[in-house]
Design a protein around this ligand. Structure first.
Ligand SMILES: Cc1ncc(COP(=O)(O)O)c(C=O)c1O
Length: 437
């Protein structure tokens, strides 16, 4: 499919090397199932569900038809003081998947907005609860919580911070959980739980009663799949309980089956106070995110206001957009009807074994993985991230899409993948590595 080269100039692309991309664009013009096609007709298998967004595979007609129907029926309704049925149905469906007592869902349009919203919910809760002295947030090195100012303030990835020095004050970071002795651990490492004690040290340094919330990704996704050590999340929960600190799991990647259960919270048996989500909520078809909170948080904030008064001064023009809700409901039906979370759990061993076949490759420094998600860390070539960037491009032209962060390739196929798809992904990954030796 031809395109006008000049027309590439006007779109300033996000998280992209714009000049390099525009010189040799990796333009995708079609996607279906496990594949997408570039404008030259090349067929590319999607090894990362786009950006962890499409567990049900690309081009699901059920979702497209639901959105189309919704657009003709009721295209836009502001959610400030008005409503439409879809948002209530979707919230009910999502809360059925969440651990009890997390039953209240606030809709946003992205993961970044979910993180911002969660931070504001924490502040509103503490204010309503007479705990306004809790001004500090705790996050973690190597964390990714999106790109808005709250999320950047919590971030632990240097490239996402150093250009933007003005962030929120009062954020303290714990160490990340990946240690050298965990190298090539498949599943949860059995060392490293003691890193949760960083939170104790922070409480001892600043006073636990000054800390509002701890934000962690159960599996740190964007920095290359850092799987939590056994006992680590449970210990964080205990310390938070001891000091009255809210625990927030950022499940923007792990939500909706990636770890083999609906949420990583269930997989690891630790219930936080708040869960953020996005991406797979609508199978990536329409932008949407959400923040789910415990009943007590919703009730405290809601009951702190007089009847008839707005309780939480926050929301987006497109919160719970009818098209997004239609996409979300259709997506959740697919997950349920096709048992896709169970399918992810069943396929995980095959997937991880296939990825571990890369273990002895001379360019591979480490492998990490859980459920349907794996990180392949490459040795750098003298300049951190250069090899990964090149590898991502070469893989694409070799017929494989993989999300890379620096030298970490992150594999996360759709749950509809067959074994043959997983073989193809790993095979193309290996062949591209071979070409670099
Ligand atoms: C854990 C986590 N939080 C937040 C975000 C931001 O989501 P979005 O890009 O939809 O704003 C991401 C995106 O990858 C993420 O992985």
């Amino acid at each position: 499919m031809p395109f006008d080269v000049n027309s590439l100039e006007n779109h300033w692309m996000p998280f992209s090397a714009n000049r390099d991309f525009k010189a040799n664009p990796r333009l995708v013009v079609k996607s279906e199932g496990m594949y997408c096609w570039d404008y030259k007709g090349g067929k590319v298998i999607d090894g990362s569900s786009g950006l962890f967004c499409t567990p049900a595979g690309h081009g699901r007609t059920e979702i497209a038809e639901a959105v189309y129907k919704q657009m003709l029926e009721n295209d836009y309704i502001p959610h400030f003081q008005l409503g439409h049925p879809g948002s209530f149905e979707l919230a009910e469906r999502v809360s059925r998947l969440l651990p009890d007592p997390i039953n209240h869902v606030f809709f946003t349009n992205s993961g970044s907005e979910s993180v911002e919203t969660a931070m504001k919910i924490v502040m509103a809760y503490n204010r309503a609860n007479g705990q306004s002295q809790r001004l500090r947030f705790v996050s973690r090195e190597r964390a990714y919580h999106g790109v808005n100012m709250g999320g950047v303030s919590l971030a632990g990835m240097v490239k996402n911070r150093e250009t933007f020095p003005v962030t929120l004050p009062n954020v303290v970071t714990m160490r990340h959980t990946h240690t050298p002795e965990q190298a090539f651990t498949k599943g949860q490492p059995d060392t490293g739980a003691e890193l949760a004690e960083d939170l104790v040290r922070i409480c001892e340094t600043y006073g636990g009663s000054t800390i509002a919330a701890v934000f962690v990704e159960p599996i740190a996704g964007s920095t290359g799949t850092l799987v939590p050590p056994i006992g680590y999340l449970k210990r964080l929960r205990e310390i938070c309980d001891e000091h009255g600190i809210l625990l927030v799991f950022d499940e923007v990647i792990t939500g909706f089956g990636r770890t083999g259960k609906a949420f990583a919270s269930e997989t690891y048996g630790v219930t936080p106070d708040i869960i953020t989500m996005a991406k797979a909520l609508t199978n990536g078809a329409i932008p949407m995110g959400a923040v789910a909170v415990k009943d007590e948080i919703y009730n405290t904030i809601t009951n702190a206001s007089p009847e008839n008064a707005i309780e939480f001064f926050h929301g987006y023009t497109y919160s719970a957009h009818p098209a997004a809700c239609a996409a979300g409901i259709a997506t959740q039906k697919i997950y349920e009807d096709e048992g896709l979370f169970d399918r992810a759990a069943d396929m995980s061993q095959y997937f991880l074994d296939a990825v571990w076949s890369l273990k002895d490759h001379e360019l591979v420094k480490d492998l990490r993985g859980y459920g349907m998600m794996a990180g392949v860390e490459l040795h750098h070539d003298g300049v951190g991230g250069r090899r990964g960037t090149q590898m991502q491009k070469d893989m694409f032209w070799n017929g494989l899409h993989v999300k890379f962060t620096g030298d970490n390739g992150i594999l996360a196929p759709a749950f509809v993948a067959e074994r043959s798809h997983i073989d193809e992904i790993v095979d193309k990954f290996r062949k591209t590595l071979d070409a670099h030796v």
